[in-house]
Design a protein around this ligand. Sequence first.
Ligand code: NAD
Length: 249
Amino acid sequence: SDGFAEKVAIISGAASGIGRAVAAELAAAGASVVLTDLNLQGVRDVAQQIRSAGGNALALKVDVANLGEVADATERAVAEFGALHLAVNNAGISGPGGRLADLDVGEYLALIEVNLHSVFYAMRTQIPHMLKAGSGSIVNVSSVLGLVARAGATAYATAKHAVAGMTKAAALDYATENIRVNSVHPGYIDTPLIVRADEDRRQGLIAKHPLGRLGLADEVAQVVLFLLSDRASFVTGSQYVVDGGYTVQ
Ligand code: NAD
């Protein structure tokens, strides 16, 4: 079985896109979910929908780049639902464009804070509670740009590659303690992050995927749920590609 009944999960960036899809599916599968986002109204709306469908959900305003706010959210999750077993560290932003030597240093550092240090802050606060609970499963949301690079994406590709590295290191640190840590690597997914792209860029992105379309947030959520579940009990430290063939070419 999936083993989600009685489990407590925290999901960042849950107001939109992939995080929102993961939160809804996890709640439907029986987990109690804590939804965090910069967009408080957004996570409140998602939590309200989950509760109307009979689920348990708590919404919190959190900046994932702020260790204090991340630590508070983890403690609130445990205070509300009694434990923490599952985490999806998902919130992220797209990077500043341009070639490496043209990058603004402040923008580079800000991207690294939100897309990389956030994952450290999250796991740093989550893992002690998973040790206490006796089990844990963490999924960190990276990208195909955590496996391959592309021109004009230094900051984003650097952060996302490092998320994969941090995931492997954490998986080894806790392998003997029943805590699994994996990363997922989506191709381009049809979320608000991408919708902003104009039609030409959108067609260009579609052409990079052998399946001939962008992915759906729900298609990433399915893989995240598998990795969180007991069905993935022998999977740790892995990089799961959900990319319509993007990295095969
Ligand atoms: P999205 O923009 O739809 O949702 C991201 C959510 O994160 C938003 O609700 C936003 O408010 C929140 N967020 C942003 N910065 C935050 C911060 N500092 N603190 C808290 N919340 C913050 O994006 P998405 O497409 O669902 O992306 C989710 C993750 O998937 C990101 O890590 C992204 O890099 C990754 N990803 C997305 C794609 C894609 O094509 N959409 C591809 C590969 C990887």
